[in-house]
Design a protein around this ligand. Structure first.
Ligand code: 89Y
Length: 340
């Protein structure tokens, strides 16, 4: 049995902890949040683990096997350094860090302490997005040369996550990190990228529209579109739509998990829906459900097996975030080999 603690008891923690409870071999023994009412609310819901408001006190008092850090991004570096100090394996919510210097500091600390360090990156574990990867791997449409990933809607994301209003860097850091991770998941590493951003919503600090154009190392052209300002006929937060064009056909993951595969022989259709756990918020179904598969894969990593979303891998995704902001700021194409 692995004993774990959660730091950060806001909106997502309720679903991530529920997702842990779907798995065997883990036990929540402590929760920590600077806001004691949030920590108590989470504890009451999940078997009354010990409540803390100070992370260091929790690390000192508890016998932990790992910690799941679900707090906001500006706390990640300090908390991963603390986990390293107490030699406790760590999982950190995306985005891993606010800047590259912090991300590298976190990686170094975890390495020096010989702790395992993972990122809770869940989009690649969403059932329809995962199935699309499986279908692409069958080579039924052959070698891909062009792709479009689209996450555009007007969902009032700030209602449940008010902190997002305050971020100077919003949509690429918070959502784009998922979309750019999908780009790597499907098509490998990026060679160059060019990005543009906009703020449409005047009540938030950061950008709420971003477009990133990438040339992959394979030569594939990939266009990622993100917006929380788009009022559309068919909006489906938090679904990502993906179109892949390849030498022998195309695949389109569209509304509600529908995957359309087109070749010269015509189009076949399959629909993939998420597991509808009783605890998930239907407005976030595909994302909340994927937390179970994300945690399962991380648990495998904690037990010494393979895990896809290690911090070491995730820094390559994070570099795409930093490069996108740099490109948007300078108007220059970024070469990813300049982001070690
Ligand atoms: O915080 C974000 C995430 O991880 O997925 C969608 C989201 O809730 C809002 O952008």
């Amino acid at each position: 049995m692995k004993n774990f603690a959660v730091i950060g008891c806001g909106f997502w923690s309720h679903f991530q902890v529920a997702a842990w409870h779907e798995l065997e071999g883990v036990k929540l023994v402590a929760v920590c949040d600077k806001d004691i009412s949030k920590a108590k609310a989470l504890a009451t819901k999940f078997g009354n683990p010990t409540v803390y408001t100070q992370a260091e006190e929790m690390f000192r008092n508890e016998k932990l096997d790992f910690v799941d850090i679900i707090s906001s991004v500006n706390t990640h570096c300090e908390l991963v350094l603390l986990a390293s100090k107490y030699k406790i394996d760590a999982i950190c919510q995306k985005p891993m860090a606010e800047n590259q210097a912090d991300a590298l500091k976190m990686l170094r600390a975890a390495k020096e302490a010989s702790i395992r360090f993972f990122i809770h990156e869940n989009f690649r574990w969403q059932a329809p997005l995962r199935e699309l990867k499986n279908l692409l791997d069958t080579q039924i449409i052959g070698k891909a040369f062009k792709a479009n990933l689209r996450f555009c809607c007007s969902f009032p994301v700030f209602d449940n996550q008010p902190i997002l209003r305050e971020l100077e860097q919003f949509i690429i850091a918070d959502l784009g990190v998922h979309i750019l991770d999908l780009v790597r998941f499907y098509f490998g590493e990026v060679n160059t990228l060019y990005a543009k951003t906009m703020r449409i919503n005047p009540t938030i600090k950061g950008e709420d529209v971003a477009n990133v154009f990438m040339e992959m190392e394979s030569g594939l052209h990939c266009y990622a579109e993100m917006s929380y300002a788009s009022i559309l006929e068919n909006e489906r937060f938090p679904q990502t739509f993906v179109l892949v064009e390849a030498e022998k056909g195309s695949m389109y993951l569209g509304l509600d998990g529908e995957i359309r595969i087109t070749t010269k022989n015509g189009t076949t259709v399959k629909t993939v829906t998420p597991m509808m756990y009783s605890w998930l918020d239907p407005a976030y179904a595909v994302a909340h459900s994927s937390a179970v598969d994300t945690n399962r894969n991380i648990l495998q990593g904690l037990n010494g097996g393979n895990c896809e979303t290690t911090a070491e891998d995730n820094i390559k995704t994070l570099n795409l975030v930093f490069a996108s902001y740099e490109s948007a700021k300078t108007g220059q194409v970024q070469r990813m080999k300049d982001y070690p």
